[in-house]
Design a protein around this ligand. Structure first.
Ligand SMILES: [Fe+2]
Length: 290
């Protein structure tokens, strides 16, 4: 967390041009940050998780969208890093959070939550497409618009595997903070609802080798097509808070209070609000050395 990186590790961090790319496009693809054994460990963790093992048990079922009863469909399971040691280690990989800190321009990065996403091969597009969405659309109680996600594939991601696809530069369009269509499969229908700020929609599929990681801004529109290959496509999305993020109470258009699962997992702060700096749920993943 607060450890210093070796010289070889520091050489892998984004430089000025990379940071400029992230700020302009809303996404960036890293060089190989993770070793093959890091990835093997993550796969082992995924197998343990899907097999029902837990190293720690949450106070309630949090974000468990997929269970074996749902069958061979897109799997999305949240908070695996709070439940499985291998993912606990992966989200703490210093290069991932240090990279996020540099791209977001923040001195400290805290975990917000994580998602293990598994796309089975050769299943109906209806059950394996991830619809266009922004992550911030699901984080209505966050004060910041500078959260950042790392998307860590557990294998090579080729064009036929339904790669994570970002809409280039869409983090600069401010009208999509309610674009929450993760579970919808008609990408064209959703595209008609994007506020493009008068710009063109340019989807960019992010093809990654083993150990590479992609990063995207919380306002960057993204989704993915079905996995048409004969291999499973698994990834861990690590959603991270910049130093300034905190809980803010919000209501929807009907006056109903909005919430995030973190609001029920985190301890309360001095005002009685969810503490998004709770060290158990939202640990510091990176702190710039002073
Ligand atoms: Fe997302």
């Amino acid at each position: 967390m607060t450890e210093t990186l070796t010289e070889a590790e520091r050489a892998l961090l984004p430089g000025e041009r990379d940071i400029a790319h992230y700020r302009e496009h809303g996404w960036w693809v890293s060089p190989k940050l993770l070793s093959d054994s890091d990835i093997e460990d993550a796969w082992f963790g995924a197998e343990r998780y899907y097999g029902g093992e837990r190293d720690a048990v949450l106070p309630f079922e949090a974000g468990t969208d997929w269970t074996a009863r749902r069958g061979d469909v897109l799997r999305q399971n949240d908070y695996v890093s709070l439940q499985i040691d291998q993912f606990r280690a992966l989200v703490r990989h210093p290069l991932i959070a240090a990279t996020a800190a540099r791209l977001a321009g923040t001195a400290r990065v805290r975990l917000f939550h994580d998602q293990l996403i598994y796309k089975p091969p050769r299943v109906s597009p209806r059950v394996s497409t991830v619809g266009w969405h922004t992550d911030i659309a699901y984080w209505k109680t966050c004060s910041s618009r500078n959260l950042i996600s790392a998307w860590i594939p557990l294998q090579t991601v080729t064009a036929d595997m339904g790669p994570m696809t970002v809409v280039d530069g869409s983090h600069r369009w401010t009208g999509n903070d309610t674009l929450e269509f993760f579970h919808e499969s008609d990408l064209d229908a959703i595209a008609a609802r994007i506020d493009t700020a008068g710009e063109q929609v340019v989807p960019v599929p992010l093809l990654l080798g083993v150990g590479q990681v992609s990063f995207h801004h919380c306002r960057t529109i993204h989704g993915s097509l079905p996995n048409r290959s004969d291999r499973a496509r698994a990834a861990l999305a690590v959603h991270m808070q910049d130093a300034d993020n905190r809980y803010v109470p919000t209501v929807d258009e009907h006056g109903n209070r909005q919430s995030h699962i973190n609001d029920f997992l985190c301890a309360r702060d001095e005002f009685g609000d969810p503490d998004y700096a709770d060290p158990e749920v939202c640990p510091v993943l990176w702190q710039e050395p002073v």
